[in-house]
Design a protein around this ligand. Structure first.
Ligand code: GRF
Length: 202
């Protein structure tokens, strides 16, 4: 959108693209949270796996899915044009395992957030995802774990931290029981943190 003087003006409406390639439980919470929102809308899901649970969640909630291909994601424009054409303001990574290409990082600097199921900077980096994170936390004898919401940049799990919440790791915890505690924290906080960030961007 441009003003009469030809300068871009920021729209009061904010559109989110959720990048996800797993079960999609966080995507579902975010979709529900914003379904009646006055100015924030989940525009589409970006997914690299046609069989992922998140594709069914998107369909059931009448949200379009953009299925992406590896070759184009990493060698072409990284889908930056498609995101801009759809007027996406903000990208949420919710269980998306591919590294975000530089074209998208540049186009959306400080407008891409990721959620990580541990207290960064511990237990992050390449290969640290899913139950591997919780197994590592338990093996290290940690007494607490939690979630980290952070800006995504060109490095895995390294961008500035926006929010953390903690939970206890008890001696009887398994990777499975710990993952349930972490998931509850993610579902409680992720949509609210996104809403706060987008409200501040208006
Ligand atoms: C979450 O644990 C998140 O922290 C991580 O990937 C998982 C996605 O789970 N980045 P779901 O697909 O949202 O259920």
């Amino acid at each position: 959108m441009t003003s009469a003087s030809g300068n871009p003006v920021s729209s009061p409406h904010k559109s989110i693209a959720i990048f996800a390639s797993g079960a999609g439980s966080n995507a579902k919470k975010i979709i529900d949270h914003f379904s009646q929102h006055p100015f924030i809308k989940v525009r589409f899901i970006v997914c690299n796996k046609p069989t992922a649970g998140v594709v069914d969640i998107a369909a059931a909630n009448r949200i379009a899915t953009l299925l992406i291909e590896k070759e184009k994601f990493f060698r072409g424009n990284g889908y930056a044009d498609e995101l801009k054409e759809a007027q996406i303001d903000f990208i949420v990574l919710a269980g998306f395992l591919w590294k975000i290409p530089q074209t998208i990082i540049n186009a959306y600097r400080n407008r891409i957030v990721n959620i990580h199921p541990a207290l960064l900077p511990k237990f992050g980096g390449k290969g640290m995802y899913g139950s591997k994170v919780h197994e590592a936390v338990i093996a290290a004898g940690e007494s607490e774990s939690g979630i980290t919401i952070h800006y995504a940049d060109e490095h895995y799990d390294k961008g500035d931290i926006i929010f953390q919440a903690k939970c206890e790791v008890s001696r009887s915890d398994t990777a499975e029981s710990l993952s349930q505690k972490i998931q509850a924290l993610e579902h409680e906080h992720f949509p609210k943190v996104i809403e706060k960030l987008l409200s501040e961007m208006r």
